[in-house]
Design a binder for this molecule. Structure first.
Ligand SMILES: Cc1cc2nc3c(=O)[nH]c(=O)nc-3n(C[C@H](O)[C@H](O)[C@H](O)COP(=O)(O)OP(=O)(O)OC[C@H]3O[C@@H](n4cnc5c(N)ncnc54)[C@H](O)[C@@H]3O)c2cc1C
Length: 249
């Protein structure tokens, strides 16, 4: 993380802040996100610096590191609570790679739960059902809010999904066709202690699995107030520490 190389005067100019009666904020990653100031950005020397640039490129010559690009993970191979390997498709060929240690899954908020469910880990049906209920109930709740005072006073009409979409099946079909994640999907394999959580907060290990951890935005329990890239990187750093700690103890 770094301060941006180019600064526009608009955000920091003190007279502008005074006119708007907003405080100066020198660190939007700190305690408060209120105020005017300049965001830190994921850049180095004014250019976007990816997690590959920051973490992988400097060590890619290591003898104990193999990087395969263009490898599409299909499923984890699981035997009695242990991941014994991964199955992937690479250059049109299906491969299985065995693992005697740990597997760290970092396929993002869409890829990670897909891989977990395709591997028969967790109650897939329950999870799918939970997702359906949450989103369908979400639309019904929004309708109730708009039908009640004070929103009802505005006398607006429902545009989407539209009054013709009423049954759970129709709402679900609408969601499948139209729902978007925008840029910050999170929480699809969330850490926590409730019945919907998937990973243990202290270890990032998937429940009931001995050697599978998840380290990506899917473990965030809820959407953050800010952007998600730096926190996703921080999750990777913390996970690395969790893996190393027992070895150094
Ligand atoms: C268009 C866009 C703009 C964004 N802009 C910002 C921004 O300005 N600032 C910010 O903070 N955040 C931004 N974000 C969000 C940010 O990119 C994410 O929060 C962050 O990348 C999440 O990191 P991750 O490791 O969880 O997942 P990802 O970065 O998505 O990494 C997951 C990786 O797994 C790979 N993968 C998935 N499935 C498989 C599979 N089956 N086999 C093999 N590989 C697989 C994917 O190809 C990907 O490389 C943006 C997101 C998008 C989509």
């Amino acid at each position: 993380m770094a301060a941006p190389r180019i600064r526009t005067p608009s955000a920091t100019h003190s007279s502008r802040r005074e006119t708007l009666q907003l405080p100066h904020n020198s660190d939007f990653n700190g305690a408060s996100q209120l105020g005017l100031g300049v965001y830190d950005v994921t850049q180095k020397n004014g250019i976007r610096f990816s997690s590959y640039n920051a973490f992988l490129e400097p060590v890619r010559q290591r003898k104990n590191l193999t990087i395969w690009t263009g490898a599409d993970l299909r499923r984890l191979l699981v035997d009695r609570g242990r991941v014994t390997g991964v199955e992937m498709v690479r250059k049109g060929e299906t491969l299985q790679v065995q693992c005697s240690g740990e597997v760290i899954l970092s396929a993002g908020a869409i890829g990670t739960p897909m891989a977990v469910m395709q591997s028969g880990i967790g109650p897939a049906k329950t999870l799918q059902q939970a997702d359906i209920e949450v989103f369908v109930e979400g639309i019904k709740l929004a309708r109730r809010i708009f039908a009640a005072e004070p929103m009802a006073d505005l006398k607006g009409r429902e545009i989407l999904p539209g009054p013709g979409v009423q049954s759970d099946a129709d709402i679900l079909a609408y969601l499948r066709a139209e729902a978007l994640t925008v840029y910050h999907p999170v929480g699809t394999a969330k850490m926590g202690h409730d019945s919907l959580s998937v990973v243990e907060p202290a270890s990032l290990k998937v429940r009931d699995m001995q050697n599978l951890r998840i380290a990506d935005a899917s473990i965030m329990p809820t959407l953050l107030g800010g952007n998600t890239n730096a926190p996703a990187i921080m999750i990777g750093e913390k996970c690395a520490r969790m893996i190393l700690e027992p070895q150094s103890a």
